[in-house]
Every structure is written in structure tokens, then in C-alpha cells.
Design a protein around this ligand. Structure first.
Ligand SMILES: NC(=O)C1=CN([C@@H]2O[C@H](COP(=O)(O)OP(=O)(O)OC[C@H]3O[C@@H](n4cnc5c(N)ncnc54)[C@H](O)[C@@H]3O)[C@@H](O)[C@H]2O)C=CC1
Ligand SMILES: CC(=O)C(=O)O
Length: 345
């Protein structure tokens, strides 16, 4: 009899716990930072990493497993095989390519859409009850593609949306006001990236609205130049990429915070990419970032923001622009009811 057999009287086969299982697809710089942020925040006891490059992901898994002791013993596994993701409560999609210098959003959307079409059916096959959180860019359009390819209800497919942009906004406002960013209530909505929209009309601290103190707050004509903050947040990505080649920590910690509210059913509000059909006069399926209440079943509620007429018009313009990109994407080889322009003709 083995040493183990002499030490224990085995009662039954040990089961894998999937109660808080999270799979991260794509073990690049964003995926690995997401994995580390999730493990460091003790959000799961069962983390799986999947990537197309077998050696790298196996190396990453082995490396992370050496931290199991300080992380209080989570199971960390992974490789190239999607069956390891079976029973995931949350699948986080960071797989994909980065935007190349001079590349259009349309081209990036097509390249990453092709990757989503390859991997999403396998994910859903092994975890039909999962929530999918899309991180790859352009995140809003890609969330739409993943929703179409997955066949999941829209409340279970979300994108990281403007979570990072909103963080950047709050941090910059807080710095100028000399308060903690957590006390600045401010939202970026509409699109992650250059078309993102600051909801200047609702920025407040302890319920005191900035635009009541300064009616020009956020506008071009404001002598205090608060809208410089918008320019800084939109250029933050480019600035970091110029210095280190990519961004990963800000988005990773935001994603970990979203994972924490989903797995813990905490009902925290995040500006994630959600199907906006039926909100703000939008009458088509288009995924745009709006503040939403998140928990173990995905999106519970979308907040009815009190936008000004001008903000509503801007939001509708952004939604139309995303629809255009969406409609140009060819969702290749997927057996779905695709409503993109090419499939309809
Ligand atoms: N939403 C946001 O706020 C942010 C999004 N991103 C986006 O995240 C994505 C990933 O960025 P990085 O990690 O920097 O790229 P990366 O190149 O370091 O990693 C991407 C990984 O995806 C893997 N991959 C590609 N195709 C795959 C497939 N079919 N199956 C499994 N794995 C596959 C690659 O092997 C690679 O390891 C990009 O699209 C980037 O633009 C990055 C930062 C912020
Ligand atoms: C890359 C990207 O989407 C960002 O840092 O905002």
C-alpha cells in the first residue's frame, strides 16, 4: 500500500470545484496580468489559462503554480485544450492581436473577430452556463461578435467597455481636485477608445455636481479647461504604448474588479459593453459601454442615466458608428443568424 493509502482512508474520488471557476483565454501580457490580479485578489480557487501557444502557456502555468502556497492553494491549470475550461462560471477573453501602427479599427475588428469565431464555440460547448467577459479590442464591437457567435443570452456576454477609461477619468479628476478617486462619481460611456464620451453633466462629489458650480464644466469654452482631462484620458493608451509597447496593468486590475463582482454576486456598477437595444432611443443590437449592475447571472440592470439632450445625441452618433463597424465585419464560418451587411445580402 502506498504512503498515501496508509495515511488516509479514502472515502470518495476528489472532485474539481467549479463554484468560482474562471478561465482566461489568451495568456499574453493582458491575460497574464488579469490572471495575477485575480489570483492576488483571491477571487477564485480554480483558474485556467488557455492560449494557442502551448509552450508559453504551459510555462506560465508552471510558474504561477509555484505561488500556490502564498496564494492559499488555488488550482491553477491550463494549456491549449479548451476541455480544461469545463464548468467555468466566467470566461475572460484576452486572446487576440493588438492594433498595429496605422491599422484601422475595422481591420482590427475583423482580425480579432476571426479569432473569436474560432474559439468561442469551444468555450460555450464546455461551459454553456458561463458568463463571457470580452477584453480584446475593439472591445465593444468584439463583444457583439462574441454574443452572436456564442448564442448566449445578451445578459451573459459583456465587454470590459469603458471601465479603464472611467478609471482614467476619475483618477485625473481626483488629482486636479485633490481627493481620493473613489469619491469622484464620474462616467465614461459609449465606446472604449477615441469615441468615448465623458458624461460631464453627472460628475459629482458627495452629490455636489460640478456643472452647478461651473456651468461651462467640460465644455471647450471653460476658462478652467476641465476638458483637458478628456484629452489626457484619450491619449493615455498611446502614451503608455509609446513608452512600454502595450498597456496591461490598468485593464487587468479593472477586469479583476469586474470578476470579483460577478463571482461574488456583489452587484457593483461598472461601465461595461452591454446590448443597448432599447436604451436612449437605440433600436438595434449594438454593444456599447453603459453603467450596469453586475453579478453571478451577468448583467442585472442598465442604469437609466439622466443625460442632457446633447449627450443623448452624441451617444446615438457613437452607437451608429459602432453599428457601421459591426455591419462590415464578416463573421466567417460561424453557424449563426448573422445580421451583418454581407450576410443579409
Ligand atoms: N479593453 C481594453 O481596455 C484593453 C484591451 N486590450 C486588448 O487585449 C488584447 C490582448 O492584448 P495583449 O495581451 O497585449 O496581446 P498579446 O499579443 O500579448 O497576447 C494575445 C494572446 O492571445 C493569444 N491568442 C491568439 N489567438 C488565439 C486563439 N485562437 N486561441 C487562444 N489564444 C490565442 C496569443 O497567443 C497571445 O498569447 C488586444 O486585442 C488588446 O488590444 C489591451 C489593453 C486594454
Ligand atoms: C489598449 C487599450 O485599449 C487601452 O489601453 O485603452
Amino acid at each position: 500500500m502506498s504512503l498515501r493509502g496508509r495515511m488516509f482512508r479514502n472515502i470518495q474520488t476528489h472532485a474539481e470545484s467549479t463554484i468560482d471557476k474562471i478561465s482566461v483565454i489568451g495568456a499574453g501580457v493582458v491575460g497574464m496580468a488579469v490572471a495575477v490580479s485575480i489570483l492576488g485578489s483571491r477571487i477564485t480557487k480554480n483558474l485556467v489559462l488557455v492560449d494557442a501557444f502551448g509552450d508559453t502557456v504551459k510555462g506560465e502555468v508552471l510558474d504561477l503554480q509555484q505561488a500556490a502556497l502564498v496564494l492559499q492553494g488555488p488550482t491553477i491549470s491550463g494549456g491549449t485544450d479548451f476541455s480544461t475550461t469545463q464548468g467555468s462560471k466566467l470566461c475572460i477573453l484576452t486572446a487576440g492581436v493588438r492594433q498595429e501602427t496605422g491599422e484601422t479599427m475595422q481591420s482590427l475588428a475583423q482580425r480579432n473577430s476571426d479569432i473569436m469565431v474560432k474559439l468561442v464555440p469551444d468555450l460555450v460547448k464546455y461551459s454553456p452556463e458561463t458568463i463571457i467577459l470580452v477584453v480584446g479590442n475593439p472591445v465593444d464591437v468584439l463583444t457583439y461578435v462574441v454574443w452572436k457567435v456564442s448564442g448566449l443570452p445578451h445578459h451573459r456576454v459583456i465587454g470590459s467597455g469603458t471601465t479603464l477609461d472611467t478609471q482614467r477619468f476619475r483618477i485625473l479628476l481626483a488629482k486636479k481636485l485633490n481627493v481620493n478617486p473613489a469619491d469622484v462619481k464620474a462616467w465614461i460611456i459609449g465606446n472604449h477608445g477615441e469615441q468615448c464620451m465623458a458624461v460631464w453633466s453627472s460628475v459629482n462629489i458627495a452629490g455636489v455636481r460640478m456643472n452647478e458650480l461651473n456651468p461651462l464644466f467640460g465644455s471647450e469654452g471653460d476658462p478652467e479647461n476641465w476638458n483637458q482631462i478628456y484629452k489626457l484620458l484619450v491619449s493615455a493608451n498611446g502614451q503608455i504604448e509609446q513608452l512600454k509597447g502595450y498597456t496591461n496593468w490598468g485593464i487587468a486590475m479593472s477586469v479583476a474588479a469586474i470578476a470579483k463582482t460577478i463571482i461574488g454576486n456583489r452587484k457593483v456598477i461598472f461601465p461595461v459593453s452591454v446590448n443597448a437595444n432599447g436604451n436612449f432611443g437605440i433600436t438595434e443590437d449594438v454593444f456599447i459601454p453603459l453603467p450596469a449592475v453586475l453579478g453571478i447571472n451577468g448583467v442585472y440592470d442598465i442604469i437609466n442615466l439622466k443625460l442632457t439632450p446633447e449627450e443623448i445625441t452624441n451617444l446615438q452618433k457613437v452607437a451608429s458608428s459602432l453599428m457601421m463597424t459591426q455591419k462590415e465585419i464578416v463573421i466567417k464560418g460561424a453557424d449563426i443568424d448573422c445580421r451583418c451587411r454581407r450576410c443579409r445580402t
